[in-house]
Design a protein around this ligand. Sequence first.
Ligand code: SF4
Length: 218
Amino acid sequence: MTKKEKAKRLEAVIDRLETLYPESECALNYKGDPWKLLVMGRLSAQCTDARVNIVSEELFSRFPTAYDMAEGDLSEIEEIIKPCGLYRMKADNIKAASQMLIDRFSGVLPSEMEQLLKLPGVGRKIANLLLGDVYGKGAIVCDTHCIRICGRLGMYPETLRDPYKIEMILRSLMDIEKGSDFCHRIVNFGREICLARGPKCDVCPLSDLCSHKKGERE
Ligand code: SF4
């Protein structure tokens, strides 16, 4: 496919997903608090959103603000977030990021990618999530669903797994203002239809737009 054809296909995919999932909501229940989304985004690495939502209830009842987390006892934070996996590094990151948020950004989440990337544990995936959800900016959250499905749809080879390259490709193919909502919807689509193993191609509303289904190869 030419770049123009890919962009056209992606536009059609975006339209259909809008119809399929009129609500575009973040799966992390951060209750409108940007700092909580920062913490939950970090906890979600190699963990399900459902588990992060459960664990976060206890975490935020014990440490309700960035100030509390920054001053919190590391071993207590570790103990609470243990079910999310990688708990030592994650606890260290969320405590240090909370401290930096206070020290360098007066407790206010930065609105620029470059500044967000300075926060411990924050990579482009979390930074994009924050920019899209908190600031309504154009963003591409390259999570496992986005990477898998956009490859199957023919936007790049299915074997490509590099999130940075994929983010740049998708940015070049779509109206980036629609990126954040698209990524939330693709998570729903990935959980319900285009599963990692055993995608439900026979009932898929995107099958006529899908390279995987049609056997197209780059
Ligand atoms: S046709 Fe199959 S592989 Fe393609 S998007 Fe639908 S479920 Fe995924």
